[in-house]
Each structure stands twice: as structure tokens, then as C-alpha cells.
Design a binder for this molecule. Structure first.
Ligand code: HEC
Ligand code: HEC
Ligand code: HEC
Length: 413
């Protein structure tokens, strides 16, 4: 008996030591590396590709890479990443030869966007950098053409990249769960734009709808989207700029818990304006997409209609708690979810801390809040006109000014 106990203890001891060694290994090691085979491509940067690439990049790349204070794509802190993943910065993707990606070949950019393997370091890129394994070659050529173009946003800027510190959890996921995609062996063609369902499927698979509206982001099937568990039924958790949790909604055509009773026009309003049929705004990170045409949105609707109807009620979001003695303006700011994008301080994916200086009188500041598209044509900010009550603008403007002044004082100190 004693002997059995002794062996049992030795075995447990050995397992503990091995586990410890494994954790230590993950902790000190970098992301795993893979073999890199850069495709040889020769992309013609035509004006129509640059134009198309700009539209795609404005939906898929700019926000993550854009510093909200300068509006330049030189990288930013990923405010909205759950803290368990560590502190992460996106990178300078301007044409700067050393700090940006000016010296990368087209094939290197293409290879990374397709596979998720960094062509220079040969390391896998973390899950929070986009991968586009099913995007048509032509659309990827367009994004690359835009990155190479004479558009102001991509011009070289001498801004250093900040060092990220991914957590143990991220490193573990990178070793064990997340695998890069194979570089496709056949050309990927654009969908037939006359086939609404096919176009809709293409957009759902390439605009992130599939990733975010899955039941669990770690189980997304990016190559055969319909095989994603809980396809379009929502339920996965997301965080806003304040790192408050909210859940994606059910966008199958289930009548009770999905969008089965929405008309095509209701759906267009939600996607373009960010407003539901009952008047409630959609919350970040669900962003309205002003860049999509009506027929593209109708195509998404047509495709969603074909997906199995799932019964999956929308889980309530975590509450963002503010001080009991918060000003009336701050209460309004939080009631409408301004902090989801602007944070508590006014700085998030959008920066409103200069607004008090740019718009010294309340009537202009109110107009900016009501009709921000007039000032920023492609903004993800909802047009608050008709949603925020008229008598709420004065205290809300006061709070916006307060945030600007607080930031100024912090600079002086
Ligand atoms: C969800 C946020 C997010 C989106 C969307 C995103 N990126 Fe990134 N990107 C990142 C992060 C984070 C990194 C840094 C990864 C790392 O640390 O290795 C990165 C790195 C890169 C790099 C490598 C730069 C370097 O010097 O190592 C390139 C190139 C790039 N992104 C291009 C793009 C393009 C093009 C798009 C749009 C198709 C895009 N990104 C969309 C977050 C994002
Ligand atoms: C970054 C993750 C993310 C992406 C990408 C995303 N969604 Fe969402 N979506 C969400 C979240 C989270 C909600 C819930 C928002 C809320 O609680 O207000 C939501 C809500 C919605 C709603 C409202 C449904 C309802 O019943 O209220 C619709 C419609 C929708 N998304 C459609 C889409 C479509 C179509 C796409 C692709 C073009 C897409 N979403 C891409 C995260 C995302
Ligand atoms: C979905 C994200 C989102 C939400 C929610 C949001 N905003 Fe914004 N807002 C932005 C972004 C992004 C910008 C920067 C303009 C741009 O480039 O799109 C901005 C710009 C602004 C500006 C102009 C800043 C300037 O310097 O010109 C003000 C003022 C503002 N927001 C106030 C508000 C208020 C008040 C609320 C709540 C009622 C709010 N925003 C909600 C994303 C958002």
C-alpha cells in the first residue's frame, strides 16, 4: 500500500513539474513561428483598385490602426481588448520604409493578410489582427493598391511602434488554439454581384459579421462560415473602450429572438444608421457602415434569410457604473453610451477632448453631436438627432466641455 502511495505521489509530482515547465515555457517564449512562402504577385495600382481599396480599408483596417488624436494610421492602444489579453498596440502601416510597411513587398502584405503569419518575423500574428482567408484576390489587391497609393492617409510618417505585452493567456492561445491559415492554392474570385445571396455570404464572411455574431469566437469557422457553431445566433462577448462587456445579438430570422420581423428597410437603417426599428441605437463594437450601398446591405439581408433560425435571446450587457453624485451631463453621456467609444475621459476610438475649443458655442457643439456626418462623412458615430432629447443637449455639452478642460489641466500638470 505504502509503495502504491509513493508512486502515486511521484506521478503527481512529475505532472506538476511538467505543467510548471510548460507554463514557464509559454511565458518566456514568443508566439510560435511558421514557414513563410511569399507569393510573387505584380499588382497594378489602378485608380479603380485604389478607390475600392479605400472603401474596404475604411471598414476593415483604419479604425484599429488609427491614432484617434492625430487620425493617422500609425497605431494605437487597443482600448477595447479585454484585459486578459494584455496590453496591445496596433502598428504604423503608413508607407514609412522602416517604421511603417513601405519596404514590404506586395506579396508579403498579401501573405500576412491571407495567413496571419508575419512575413518578417515568421511569427503568427495575434488573434486580434484581422485575417482575410476568404477575401477575393481582387479585393486584396485593391487594399494593397490603397496602401501603396498617393492617398494622404497612407503617406509615410516617422512614428515609432509601441511594444505590446501580450498576456500568458494570449501566448497560450497562440500555441494551442489559434493556427494560421494555409495560403490558398487556387485563385479566389469575386462573387457574382447579380446573385444576391452569394454576394451577401461574401460580405458576411469578410466584414467580420461571422466572427462577431458566432456563439463563441474561439470556434469560428472562417473558411466554411455556415459551419460556425451558433451561426449568426450571437452570444459571444465583446468589450467596449471602457472594457465593459456586452454580447452580440441574434441576427438569424428567428421571429422572437432574432430579426425575423425586420423588413429590408429596417435592416438597412440598422446597418447604415446604427438604429434599430424600435429606435434604440446599436452599441459599439457594432458599428454602422455608411460605406455599404443599399444593394450590398440587401444582399446581406437575403443571405441571412437563408441561415437556420436559431432561438437565442440577446444577453443583457454589463452595466457601466458611475458615481452616485455624477453630474446630469455625465448621466446623459452614459445613458446614450458615449463612453463606449469615447471612454470616461473623452479619449477612445474617437477623441472629443478638443471639441470644447473647436466649437466654443453650444449651438455648434450640439450640431456636431446631432449631425456628425456633416463634419466626418464616414464616421461610425450615430446621428443623435431625434434620439437625444432636446433638453439633454445643454447638460451633455457641459460634460463634453468638462472632459476637454480636465484633459488640458492634466497636460499642464
Ligand atoms: C482588430 C484590430 C485590427 C484590424 C481590424 C486590423 N489590424 Fe492590422 N494589426 C493589428 C494589430 C494588433 C497588429 C500588431 C500585431 C502584432 O503585434 O504582431 C497589426 C499589425 C498589422 C501589420 C504588421 C505591421 C508590422 O510592422 O508588423 C500590417 C501590415 C497590418 N496590421 C495591416 C492591416 C490591414 C491592411 C488591415 C485591414 C485589412 C488591418 N491591419 C486590420 C490590429 C488590427
Ligand atoms: C466587432 C463585432 C461585430 C461585428 C464585426 C459585427 N457585429 Fe453586429 N453586433 C455586435 C454586437 C456586440 C451587437 C449588439 C449591440 C448592442 O447590444 O447594441 C450587434 C448587433 C447587431 C444587430 C442588431 C440586432 C438586434 O436584434 O438588435 C445587427 C442587425 C447586426 N449586429 C448585424 C451585423 C452585420 C450584418 C454585420 C456584418 C456587416 C455585423 N453585425 C458585424 C457585434 C458585431
Ligand atoms: C460608435 C462610436 C461612437 C459613439 C457611441 C459616440 N461617438 Fe462621438 N465620435 C466617434 C468618433 C470615431 C469620432 C471622431 C470623428 C471620426 O473621425 O469619425 C467622434 C466625434 C465626436 C465629436 C467631435 C469631436 C471633434 O473634435 O470634432 C463629439 C463632440 C462627439 N463625438 C460627442 C459624442 C457624444 C456626446 C456621444 C454620446 C451621445 C458620442 N459622441 C457617441 C465615435 C462615437
Amino acid at each position: 500500500m505504502k509503495k502504491v502511495m509513493k508512486y502515486a505521489f511521484m506521478l503527481i509530482g512529475a505532472v506538476v513539474v511538467m505543467l510548471g515547465a510548460f507554463v514557464l515555457f509559454i511565458y518566456v517564449s514568443d508566439f510560435p513561428s511558421y514557414s513563410v512562402q511569399i507569393p510573387s504577385v505584380n499588382i497594378d495600382y489602378t485608380p479603380s483598385r485604389v478607390e475600392r481599396g479605400k472603401k474596404l480599408a475604411s471598414m476593415l483596417c483604419v479604425e484599429c490602426h488609427q491614432n484617434p488624436e492625430t487620425k493617422q494610421i500609425t497605431g494605437r492602444l487597443m482600448f477595447d481588448l479585454p484585459p486578459e489579453f494584455g496590453t496591445v498596440y496596433t502598428k504604423n502601416i503608413t508607407q514609412h520604409p522602416t517604421k511603417g510597411i513601405g519596404a514590404w513587398s506586395d506579396g508579403e502584405i498579401l501573405f500576412m493578410l491571407r495567413t496571419g503569419i508575419h512575413p518578417k518575423t515568421k511569427r503568427a500574428v495575434p488573434p486580434y489582427m484581422i485575417k482575410l482567408p476568404t477575401m477575393a484576390d481582387e479585393d486584396l489587391y485593391s487594399i494593397i493598391s490603397w496602401l501603396r497609393s498617393s492617398e494622404p492617409m497612407v503617406q509615410p510618417l516617422d512614428v515609432d511602434n509601441k511594444q505590446s505585452s501580450p498576456s500568458l493567456l494570449t501566448k497560450f492561445l497562440m500555441r494551442v488554439v489559434i493556427k494560421p491559415f494555409d495560403y490558398p492554392t487556387k485563385p479566389i474570385l469575386l462573387p457574382d454581384t447579380n446573385n444576391s445571396v452569394a454576394l451577401g455570404k461574401y460580405l458576411v464572411s469578410n466584414l467580420g459579421c461571422n466572427d462577431c455574431h458566432a456563439a463563441d469566437v474561439t470556434k469560428v469557422n472562417a473558411l466554411e462560415i455556415e459551419k460556425t457553431p451558433g451561426f449568426m445566433g450571437g452570444g459571444s462577448n465583446w468589450t467596449d473602450v471602457t472594457r465593459t462587456t456586452l454580447y452580440s445579438s441574434n441576427i438569424t430570422f428567428d421571429k422572437e429572438t432574432g430579426i425575423g420581423s425586420w423588413s429590408e428597410a429596417d435592416f438597412r437603417k440598422a446597418i447604415k444608421d446604427g438604429i434599430r426599428p424600435d429606435g434604440r441605437p446599436l452599441s459599439y463594437p457594432m458599428e454602422r457602415k455608411v460605406q455599404l450601398t443599399d444593394s450590398e446591405i440587401n444582399a446581406i439581408y437575403a443571405f441571412l434569410r437563408t441561415a437556420p433560425h436559431l432561438h437565442s435571446p440577446h444577453k443583457p450587457a454589463e452595466e457601466f457604473v458611475i458615481a452616485k453624485n455624477a453630474s446630469k451631463g455625465e448621466q446623459i453621456y452614459v445613458r446614450y453610451g458615449c463612453q463606449r467609444c469615447h471612454g470616461e475621459s473623452g479619449l477612445g476610438i474617437g477623441d472629443l477632448r478638443q471639441a470644447h475649443k473647436k466649437y466654443p458655442d453650444d449651438s455648434t457643439l450640439t450640431d456636431v453631436i446631432k449631425h456628425s456626418s456633416k463634419y466626418y462623412p464616414e464616421t461610425v458615430m450615430i446621428q443623435w438627432d431625434g434620439i437625444i432629447k432636446d433638453d439633454e443637449y445643454a447638460p451633455l455639452c457641459a460634460h463634453v466641455r468638462e472632459l476637454g478642460k480636465k484633459a488640458e489641466q492634466a497636460m499642464v500638470r
